[in-house]
Ligand binder design. Structure first.
Ligand code: FUC
Length: 827
């Protein structure tokens, strides 16, 4: 009997350890498919913050589509329109007189960019691997392991099992492909490389292909970014032969392919690097390493970020089904592991596309196969770019935030000239789009682009990052950017005559026009007022910690006093505009005026219930189903409205399978879990990851709130570890039947930890926690003091009924960890 058991154990071990048996078939964080990708939105992404690939996994003709983060059309450029300075007084006068269409026409004539509306993020090309005898295969399997950031395909031709593994290594700066087979001498294929913007393709020797290229010219700017891409094919066994346009590998046992790509980009104003030298440098450093060393470096580097957060919502035992079918069935199954996978995919994507020293995530992260991608795949900074970074801090990826912080610093340099030339103002400004060259002008036309607030919104991220770390040296490094953003508005704000409020004019409520208006242009929109309130409030707070400009702060405080209050309109809605112009059946994708609810924290159920109710009414008017990113934003909104079931409904809307071929208006999710605007836009992925976090943990409203918006179908049991909260707290917790069972809090900065929880808790040793009283003394939890809203006469507000919670104070010491448990679990 013992020996039979041993035999079984051995067999089991052999099955598990044999790399040629079918891979795991969808472990918890494994996306898997039973067919090769035939379309880009079925292919699977890998990336290292600079290089990226989409892998199709086709047995006979493997296609690996390649990107490099600095390969953009054009070159160093600006797009300010200096005619704006003369037009500005008249435009403002027209707005004051209610002649919005005339103002818009004039802006289009004199203020929008003359020619350049932003550059395009462009693709490098394809590595093609052609296996002549692999058209008929069996046992096909394709996966992306989110915990290792490794793509794998396996299939059989005859009795031989073939396996391909691909990853993009951050430490070694190459994309690595390994081809293997279950029997020696079985790898016979040819490799070639090509790209839509190629200048040359050469077979350098029997192991090396080279593709060079130049970025496209666009709107009057010549393409100046040069790339060099080299593919090194290292075969063990068999032979390799250089052809004129390809390399043939014959009867190899195993093949390692290294892909290196580099450009001449140094920074937004400099293109003097030697792309060939760089490309060779990465390649020669990598090629002396073994596959297992490269893999080990990669997995270690990736996991230092990825493993910080683990998440479990229970299981519906569906991981044996391919990921695309699980998305298709989500509305019926509610598959909690798919929610977890989608959540962690958002973290996977940010780690893979945004690394220190690199560029921020574009509209498509790092993944784009189009020479002319939708919206140029650039930075739309009236929501989309900000949304990309909502998960960065709270989902424990602060390093991934760095490229955005760097971009804001650079925009503050380029935006000074825009402020001076277009508006005669001090400080810096950016409108609703920017690109690799950090343009700041008005693009696409007044209706979309006349929004001088993009820089101010991005600047909120500088303060937000500080709230999680308490790092004063960092705050010191970004404070000048915050102050200079305020200085622009100090000059640009004007007094509106009716209430003597200080307002932005001209502006828009992003991309929306009031009911009955053909123009979007107006003055003093709610979102602008909210962003300004945050910008000035946060800058004043930063200065109070750094103590450098106290005189200037007197002026900034005076500006705060004259910003308009929020207003509740006749339908009980939060007004989008200074006038009560809202239409309750407007279901526009942008819900800009709820910025104050999320990501802002100006609307609170505890301190501004009228606004809380009005925000809720607005959101009901807007409806649920929309573009992908809009639904992602709404998950966050409903979480902030403490309505977990509605947030969960939006997740269901977002996890609607979108066929990559059939055109549709509403958003959802492609088979490869990419967010569909449509087309693919990565913001929806990040927005939803942020929103799921907001359902479980919030720290913006004076306390660390555990399970603020848990939906009924996640209540039974769950656990999340490694989230971050304001004030430098790392927070992990578990729950059962909607009750928090255990909370583990590490305090990195010390200070009072105020907890809001759904049930009675105590320290693990039985000591009771103090009930909270008064203001939270921890300065990281200070909440903004907003003006009481103006409420229109006929509007009817609903009472705000909140679930009861308990509020505790726990004084903490830096470096200590505290375990808190459900009182009923204490002996
Ligand atoms: C804004 C949005 C669009 C799209 C584009 C990239 O213009 O209104 O929906 O996301 O950005």
């Amino acid at each position: 009997m013992k020996s039979i058991k041993c035999c079984f154990a051995l067999l089991f071990c052999l099955v598990l350890c044999n790399p040629y048996t079918k891979a795991q078939q969808g472990g918890k964080l494994i996306m898997w498919y039973s067919k090769p990708a035939s379309l880009w939105n079925e292919a699977l992404p890998v990336g290292n913050g600079r290089l990226a690939a989409m892998i199709y996994g086709d047995p006979a003709s493997e296609k690996i589509q390649l990107n490099e983060g600095t390969f953009w059309s054009g070159g160093p450029s600006r797009n300010d329109n200096p005619d704006a300075l003369n037009a500005l007084p008249l435009v403002r006068q027209l707005i004051l007189e209610g002649k919005y269409s005339e103002a818009e026409t004039m802006i289009n004539q004199s203020m929008t960019a003359k020619q350049l509306h932003g550059s395009k993020y462009q693709p490098i090309g394809y590595l093609n691997l052609s296996f002549p005898d692999h058209n008929s295969y069996t046992g096909y399997y394709r996966e992306l392991d989110l915990e290792k950031a490794v793509f794998t395909t396996t299939y059989k031709v005859g009795d031989v099992t073939y396996r391909r593994e691909v990853f993009a290594s951050q430490p070694d700066q190459v994309i690595v492909v390994k081809l293997s087979a279950s029997e020696p001498g079985k790898l016979t294929f040819s490799a070639s490389i090509n790209g839509p913007l190629q200048k040359s393709m050469r077979v350098l020797d029997k192991n090396t292909l080279e593709l060079t290229g130049l970025s496209g010219s666009h709107e009057g700017v010549n393409g100046q970014v040069k790339f060099d891409a080299r593919v090194k094919i290292l075969n063990s066994g068999g032979s390799s032969t250089a052809g004129t346009s390809k390399i043939d590998i014959s009867s190899a046992d195993e093949v390692l392919i290294l892909i290196s790509i580099a450009t001449n980009f140094v920074d937004y104003k400099t293109l003097t690097a030697d792309e060939t030298e760089r490309c060779q440098h990465y390649l020669s450093a990598a090629e002396i390493k073994s596959y297992s060393a490269l893999l080990n470096n990669h997995v270690t580097a990736f996991q230092q970020y990825f493993n910080r957060v683990s998440f479990n919502l229970g299981s519906a035992s569906l991981s044996a089904f391919p990921t695309d079918s699980r998305i298709r069935d989500f509305s019926k199954t509610g598959d909690p592991e798919l929610v977890v996978m989608y959540y962690q995919f958002g973290r996977y994507l940010l780690i893979s596309c945004s690394q220190p020293g690199g560029q921020p995530a574009t509209l498509q992260g790092l993944w784009n196969d189009q020479v002319n991608p939708a919206w140029d795949s650039k930075y739309t900074i009236n929501i989309n770019t900000e949304m990309n970074y909502w998960p960065a801090e709270k989902c424990n990826m602060t390093e991934m935030h760095e490229p955005l912080v760097q971009m804001v610093k650079e925009l503050s340099e380029t935006g000074r000239q825009t402020a001076a030339d277009m508006y005669g103002a001090d400080g810096w400004v950016a409108h609703h789009n920017t690109d690799l060259w950090r343009i700041n002008g008005v693009v696409d036309g007044a209706y979309w682009g006349m929004w001088p607030m993009g820089g101010a919104w991005l600047t909120q991220h500088l303060w937000e990052k500080y709230l999680y770390s308490g790092d004063l040296a960092y705050l010191d490094s970004v404070y000048p950017v915050m102050r200079s953003a305020c200085e622009f508005y100090q000059d640009f704000l004007i007094e509106e005559p009716k209430n003597k409020w200080l307002v932005i004019s001209p502006s828009i409520s992003p991309e929306n026009a009031p009911a009955g208006h053909s123009a979007s242009v107006c003055a003093g929109t709610t979102m602008d007022n909210q962003i300004l309130f945050d910008l000035f409030t946060k800058t004043i707070k930063a200065e109070s910690l750094l103590k450098m400009d106290s005189a200037l702060m007197v002026d900034f405080k005076a500006i705060l006093d004259y910003l308009p209050p929020m207003q509740i309109g006749r339908f009980g809605q939060l007004q989008e505009w200074m006038e009560d112009w809202d239409n309750p059946s407007d279901n526009h994708r942008h819900v800009s005026h709820l910025y104050g609810l999320f990501p802002g924290n100006q609307i609170s159920p505890y301190t501004s219930p009228e606004l809380f109710d009005a925000a809720r009414t607005t959101l009901i008017h807007r409806g649920d189903v929309s573009t992908g990113w809009s639904m992602g934003w709404k998950v966050n909104f409903w979480a902030r409205l403490l309505d977990g079931n509605h947030a969960r409904k939006l997740i269901s809307d977002q996890l609607t399978l979108v066929d990559p071929v059939i055109a549709r208006n509403n958003g959802g999710t492609y088979p490869n879990l990419f967010d569909a605007h449509p087309p693919f836009q990565i913001d929806g992925n990040f927005g939803c990851t942020s929103g799921i976090t907001e359902m479980l943990l919030q720290s913006h409203d004076g306390a660390i709130h555990i399970l603020p918006a848990i939906p009924d179908d996640w209540k039974k049991t769950g656990e999340i570890k490694g989230l971050r909260a304001y004030g430098g707290f790392d927070v992990s917790f578990s729950w059962t039947d909607g009750k928090v069972q255990e909370i583990v809090i590490r305090s990195n900065l010390g200070g009072n930890c105020r907890l809001r929880v759904p049930n009675e808790v105590a320290l693990e040793n039985g000591s009771l926690l103090q009930p909270a009283a008064g203001e939270n003394p921890n300065p990281f939890f200070a909440t903004p003091t907003i003006k009481y809203p103006l409420i229109a006469e006929p509007s009817v507000l609903n009472p705000v009924n909140l679930k009861s919670t308990l509020l505790y104070d726990l004084p903490t010491q830096a470096g200590k960890t505290y375990t808190i448990v459900y009182v009923k679990n204490l002996n």
